[in-house]
Every structure is written in C-alpha cells, then in structure tokens.
Design a protein around this ligand. Structure first.
Ligand code: SAM
Length: 286
C-alpha cells in the first residue's frame, strides 16, 4: 500500500497523473500521518459500519476508513481523481467511489443501495468552500447515521460546536442543535495539508439525536425564527423578529416574560431550551 502522506509519493502521483490541485474545489490534501487514523477511529470506521466519505483526494483518509469499516462509499466531484484512486485504493475491495457532486447526491438512496444491514456514519475532510451547505444537507436529509465526523476550518468548528446562549453561537449553531449534538474533537494545524491553507482546521463530530426535534412543535417556524433572529444578531430579539417576520413587538415581549427573559434579550442569549419554549409559544399566538 502506498504511503499517501509521504511527500515523495504524492509528488510521484502528481507527476504521473499530471494532477494540479484545484483551489476552487478546496483541494488541500492531508499529509500529516497521525490525522487520518484518528478521524477513522472517532468516525466509527469499524466492523458493522458503512462509511460515506465526501471528497477523497488521493485516498489518504479513504484508506484508513476502508481498513476499519465493512464498506466505504466515497462521493468525489473531480473526475481527474478517479484513475488515481483506481491505483491508490486498488487493494480495497470494500471501497467504491461515485464521481458526483455531494450536493446533488441522494444520500438516502445511496444508503439504501450500498449499506444494507450496516450501521452508517459520515467521515470527511470537507472542501471548505461548501462546509455549511454540506453539513446542512447531511442534517436536513435526516439520513440514518450514527455520527458525522468532519474536518472543517477552525473558525467554522467554533460556530458549529458553540454552546447556544453564548456569543460564539450563530444560526448554524441553532440549526445543528435542532438535529443533534456537536463536539470539537481535535485541532489540526495548517501545515498538515498540501498545499497548506491559510487557516488552521479542526475535526468535529455531530451525533444526530431527537432531543429538540421531538420538543419543537413547528420545525419550519423554528428555522424561520432562527434565520430572522440571527440575521440581525446585534438587535434585540423583539426588533430583529419584528423586522424579519413582522411579528408585533408586544407579542415578543409577552413571550420573553413568560420564559423569564428580559425584553431586551438578544438572540445569542437564548439557550436551546429557551428557543424551544419561545417557538412553541409563538406558534400558538400567531
Ligand atoms: N480526503 C482528502 C484528504 O483528506 O486528503 C481530500 C480532502 S480535500 C480538503 C476535499 C475533497 O473534496 C477534494 O478531493 C475535492 O475534489 C472534493 N470535493 C470538492 N467539492 C466537492 C463536491 N461538491 N462533492 C464531492 N467532492 C467534492
């Protein structure tokens, strides 16, 4: 098996296939040998599991996933990588690559077709230009996965894993919290990639659960409120929801009082329990 974190091996492949990294596709490949085994271990690449990988590069993470899991199906948009993977992944008969855009891929169908009888998890070193859309797609499609373990920019990791009710939280935090629980696993320095990006990274894990999905009575209202509130996060909740959704301020004050929050509350002060109560009461009065 080729050591895909070895610079000379990578250079050989670059030359052999005339491959040039595409900045537009977020192609920063991992070259730090300690990172992929860790992602694979946290990411449930073990017996009984099928893993969906997003973006293979030369297959550095794919190898580690295929070593542990029963099956790995990777979705890779760049057709130039397919012949490279034919070579680098040749010894793994439990690995399959689909040449497609993850944003256009029907993940529920993929799971049904590829992972019959297996538990499923998602692992990826995500292309950073579509981090949030990919994470939202994974969550919104409500695919039956035990964990989503992904490398993202450190700054994005901070938002995704922020605690609700703190200044670090944002609309994406509120969205993630609706579907599950996010945790920051470990940081990865920019020097771990080729070419090195301008920012550091972190690996996070989202475990889907029903904690809030079951409690929030109107999903679409929750997402409308979150979007409206965080779009003008410096304003008070009453002001931002009044301008975003046309809800009378008095009604918002009433709800805030009912849930023991001041009229001046801003969106970043509300915990998930606060949002749950807020939206459930709002649903009954509008
Ligand atoms: N997993 C490899 C690694 O860790 O070395 C590569 C990670 S690189 C950050 C991101 C990968 O995602 C690239 O291979 C890129 O071509 C692929 N990619 C970019 N946009 C994609 C999309 N929309 N759908 C599927 N793959 C995509």
């Amino acid at each position: 098996m080729k050591n895909l974190t070895n610079i000379s091996v990578i250079k050989e492949l670059l030359e052999k296939y005339g491959f040039k990294f595409s900045k537009g596709l977020g192609q920063n490949f991992l070259i730090n040998p300690s990172v992929c085994p860790k992602i694979a271990e946290y990411g449930l690449a073990k017996e009984g599991y099928g893993i969906i990988e997003i973006g293979t590069g030369f297959g550095t993470l794919s190898c580690e996933l295929a070593k542990g899991a029963d099956k790995v199906v990777a979705v890779e948009i760049d057709s130039r990588l397919i012949p490279v993977l034919d070579e680098t992944m040749s010894e793994f008969d439990n690995f399959k690559v689909i040449n497609a855009d993850i944003m256009e891929t029907d993940l529920n169908a993929l799971i049904k077709d590829e992972f019959d009888g297996l538990k499923v998890a998602v692992c990826a070193n995500l292309p950073y230009y579509i981090t949030s859309p990919v994470i939202m797609k994974l969550l919104e499609s409500e695919i039956p996965v035990d964990a989503i373990t992904v490398m993202v920019q450190k700054e994005a990791a901070g938002r995704l894993c922020a605690k609700m009710g703190t200044r670090e939280s944002g609309a994406i935090t509120a969205a993630v919290n609706y579907y599950g629980t996010a945790e920051l696993l470990f940081n990865v320095s920019r020097g771990s990639f080729m070419p090195a990006p301008n920012v550091d990274s972190a690996v996070i894990q989202i475990k889907p659960d029903n904690k809030y999905r079951n409690k929030i009575h109107d999903k679409s209202l929750y997402f409308k409120v979150i979007k409206g509130a965080f779009a003008q996060r410096r304003k008070t909740l009453a002001n931002s929801l009044n301008s975003a959704m046309g809800i009378e301020k008095e009604k918002i004050y009433d709800i805030l009082r009912e849930i023991d929050l001041p009229e001046t509350a801003r969106c970043e002060q509300l915990t998930m329990d606060n949002w749950t109560e807020f939206v459930n009461i709002l649903k009954n009065i509008i």
